[in-house]
Design a protein around this ligand. Structure first.
Ligand SMILES: Nc1nc2c(c(=O)[nH]1)N[C@H]1C(S)=C(S)[C@@H](COP(=O)(O)OP(=O)(O)OC[C@H]3O[C@@H](n4cnc5c(=O)[nH]c(N)nc54)[C@H](O)[C@@H]3O)O[C@H]1N2
Ligand SMILES: Nc1nc2c(c(=O)[nH]1)N[C@H]1C(S)=C(S)[C@@H](COP(=O)(O)OP(=O)(O)OC[C@H]3O[C@@H](n4cnc5c(=O)[nH]c(N)nc54)[C@H](O)[C@@H]3O)O[C@H]1N2
Ligand code: SF4
Ligand SMILES: [Mo]
Length: 711
């Protein structure tokens, strides 16, 4: 069918008022929502009231969904570049033209280098079956997600202890009595349900110990706040474990039944006393001891949050790993108020969704990042995107020719955009599929505008948890501009590459029906609530005999067989961060409650709430540098310089300089956010290829900055 004639309108009546159950798309959390639609226009969004934990709540970003939808500073139709990459010269194209252009580029690359020379990265989440299946049809193993700059260290830490990744647990915050957060800013870097449960737990008397290099909103709600030097939190975890073992405060029964490696753990932490940790972190030894005893009194209803992003340095894998170990020692596994193992449809006796790629031939080629072949200690599924760059640059282990960034902005999300751009020069084809003019889109050959989350439906997704189930993003309104849903874009590209047989669908319902085969669930049931649960009660396994861990030994491995086999330590000695020169700071970043990464700064409402970032410094070093609150400053690192405003506050450790991520945007068509504030990723020179050798994540917090008054 000619692309421009494709049915993209809604198959339902456009007049009158109706409510659609769907999923928010203003960040990657995807809270369940209800959208009120009146005469074809979305007029109100709220949390899905049928979901008890969610209620009608939304965060500020979710509530700014209408402002996003009805803003025109976003791509309105496909664009093909008409000047050099990044020059900002574009010509408008029809969908037929743009898809033909992309398919021709892909075909040339595939003819010359094979299907494996096509890479795609997306923002992960519950829908990657579409993108993975698209690559599978092409014969490429090179699917990546964003996670090398997000939670990969946590994920790999979890695998090394339990055999499954970080999503294999849910945190039962609402029943928890003591929540320990290390750099997990739960009330600003938020998920609505989790933040609400956290506040409810505090209301019911739960304690929270919050550990960060700066005070956040979460710190303001905590019972205890420790402001520690950057990249030292692993030292605290080692001392906690030391004290737990020394005072025999652990759950001896649980540990004896399920855990291996306790003796080695004991030997490693022997010298890591609270006094030693005080010297590393400034937290008084007596407070550490009191804290450990307090937590023990509340065990097993305690959670040591292993972090989401966590501080990102070459030992942060071990921070997360030791947080998981502390949960294990306190017996907080598969118990109310602790970490609950996420159950799958199979655990509920049901069949999960059928993969779109089920009927496609398996991909033979090894991954270009070496994961699964050269690197066996990492999860091969999404790979590590930072390892794609050296492959593009060197052509080793094989050449790469095309890269599709779908719902992902690597030039903002990975360090050192200048280095990335030089490497992108080697690509024959760079495509961005986005709803915004991301920085990557701006430098791409083609921008394909996806319909927004309100204008499209997605493939269905599974959601594992105490009650495993399915979730649906349904289309609420017809697209306002010449955009298309992703399922249609990938299907049309496949068809142009002669692979149409793998995507034999005309509508999203065709896809849904295929996915739902054998699940016992139908589309209408899903539509009625926006989700379906496969169990009426939380499924809990018997902690005495019924636990099943996926490690090689079937036990919780304090010393990981998999890591040992691959030549890595399971518990490394603490390696203190290298000393700083006077006037230097470790760059620390994070997010505000009102923005999502680099994608929302141009939103009319959110821009008004938070138009730019500033650099936070502690009063002592600021004074030594002759700097005052409100000054314009130059922040430099490795030859890169950004300019912005200074905030002087005691609520940051003197060794750290903090800024919100996502600002300092350089795409001129985003007129509100253009040139406002500072881009932290630009300062991360040289960090594109610096990563934790065990966890695999980029060492984003190993950037050292210097600061002076702007000239
Ligand atoms: N320096 C620094 N780097 C970081 C971070 C940091 O704090 N500092 N944070 C890290 C973290 S935790 C993460 S998760 C990553 C996030 O990095 P990314 O995943 O790149 O960021 P997002 O803003 O989530 O979205 C990526 C792109 O998806 C687009 N998008 C949004 N909705 C849609 C949609 O419905 N369809 C399509 N096609 N596109 C859409 C957005 O416009 C944006 O361009 O960044 C990481 N990198
Ligand atoms: N509003 C909003 N919410 C979001 C997102 C968003 O973009 N916007 N993104 C979502 C995503 S993808 C993610 S990954 C999560 C991230 O969730 P978090 O990991 O909680 O978020 P961050 O804001 O990156 O970092 C939290 C804190 O870590 C601190 N920190 C940095 N270095 C150190 C250190 O060395 N030691 C200690 N102890 N603390 C340190 C920072 O000061 C910051 O306050 O948020 C999610 N929720
Ligand atoms: S946290 Fe906010 S922006 Fe993110 S999905 Fe939920 S409501 Fe939407
Ligand atoms: Mo993230």
């Amino acid at each position: 069918m000619p692309a421009d004639k494709a049915p993209n309108a809604l198959g339902v009546e456009q007049s009158g008022r109706r409510t659609v159950n769907s999923l928010c798309g203003m960040c990657a959390v995807r809270c369940p929502i209800e959208v009120e639609v009146e005469n074809g226009r979305a007029v109100w969004i709220q949390g899905n009231s049928k979901d008890k934990a969610m209620g009608t709540s939304l965060c500020a970003k979710g509530a700014a969904g209408l402002a996003f939808e009805y803003d025109d500073q976003r791509p309105q139709q496909p664009l093909i570049r008409s000047g050099p990459r990044g020059s900002g010269q574009w010509r408008r194209a029809s969908w037929d033209e743009a898809l033909d252009y992309v398919a021709k580029g892909l075909k040339e690359v595939m003819d010359e280098m094979g299907g494996k020379a096509v890479a795609l990265s997306d923002r992960g989440g519950p829908f990657p079956d579409l993108t993975k299946s698209f690559l599978k049809a092409l014969g490429s193993p090179n699917y990546f997600n964003h996670d090398c700059t997000c939670a990969r260290n946590v994920h790999h830490a979890c695998r090394s202890v339990f055999g499954w990744g970080r999503k294999g647990f849910n945190y039962d915050i609402k029943n928890c009595r003591h929540i320990v957060l290390i750099g997990r800013n739960l009330l600003e870097s938020l998920q609505v349900k989790e933040a609400k449960e956290f506040m409810d737990a505090l209301d019911k008397g739960a304690k929270c110990t919050y550990i960060d290099v700066r005070a956040t909103t979460t710190a303001s709600k905590a019972t205890r706040f420790w402001q520690i030097p950057p990249n030292t939190e692993y030292a605290l975890n080692l001392a906690f474990i030391h004290q737990v073992l020394k005072e025999q405060l652990y759950d001896t029964q649980f540990v004896a039944r399920w855990v291996s490696g306790l003796d080695q753990l004991r030997a490693l932490v022997e010298t890591y006393t609270p006094q030693w940790a005080e010297a590393q972190t400034g937290v008084p030894a007596a407070e550490i001891i009191a804290f450990v005893r307090e937590v023990a009194a509340d065990a097993p209803k305690v959670i040591f949050h292993p972090g989401w992003m966590v501080a990102r340095h070459h030992q942060s894998f071990f921070t997360s790993r030791t947080s998981y170990i502390l949960n294990v020692l306190f017996g907080a596994i598969e118990t109310p108020g602790g970490l609950i193992i996420a159950k799958t449809p199979a655990d509920a006796g049901k069949k999960g969704l059928k993969s779109l790629g089920a009927g496609m031939p398996a991909v033979e080629a090894p991954r270009v990042d070496g994961i699964g072949s050269k690197y066996k200690h990492w999860d091969a599924e999404p790979g590590l995107l930072h390892l794609l760059y050296p492959a593009i640059e060197t052509g080793q282990p094989y050449p790469m020719g095309a890269y599709i960034a779908y719902r992902h902005d690597p030039l903002t999300a990975l360090p050192d955009p200048e280095a990335q751009l030089k490497i992108f020069d080697k690509l024959k084809l760079l495509v961005a599929i986005d709803v915004n003019y991301s920085l990557t889109a701006w430098h791409a050959d083609v921008i394909l505008p996806e319909s927004t989350y309100l204008e499209r439906a997605n493939i269905l997704a599974g959601k594992n948890g105490p009650k495993p189930g399915l979730i649906m993003r349904d289309q609420c309104i017809a697209p306002r501009s010449d955009s298309r849903p992703a399922w249609w874009i990938f299907k049309e590209l496949a068809a142009r590459l002669g692979l149409g047989q793998y995507f034999p669908y005309e509508t999203i319902e065709d896809i849904w029906r295929y996915q739902l085969e054998g699940t016992g669930v139908d589309i209408e049931t899903l539509r009625a609530k926006g989700s379906v649960a496969f169990a009426s009660q939380p499924i809990m396994w018997d902690r005495a005999e019924g636990l099943k861990f996926k490690t090689p030994s079937g036990k919780i491995e304090l010393i990981s067989e998999m890591l040992t086999k691959n030549g890595f330590e399971s518990l490394a000695p603490f390696d203190p961060p290298p000393p700083l020169e006077p006037g230097q700071f470790r760059l620390v970043f994070g997010r505000p409650a009102v923005h999502a990464h680099g994608q929302s700064q141009n939103n009319p409402l959110l821009h008004e709430l938070c138009p730019e970032n500033s650099l936070w410094l502690h009063p002592e070093p600021a004074k030594a540098l002759g700097l005052s609150d409100g000054d314009q400053v130059e922040v430099s690192s490795g030859g890169a310089t950004v300019q912005g405003r200074l905030t002087v506050t005691p609520w940051i450790h003197p060794q750290a300089g903090f800024m919100l991520h996502g600002f300092g945007q350089s795409v001129p068509w985003k007129m509100r956010s253009f040139n406002r504030g500072m881009a932290d990723q630009r300062l991360m020179r040289g960090l594109l290829t610096s990563y934790d050798p065990v966890g695999g994540g980029n060492n984003l917090t190993e950037c050292v900055i210097s600061v002076k008054k702007a000239g």
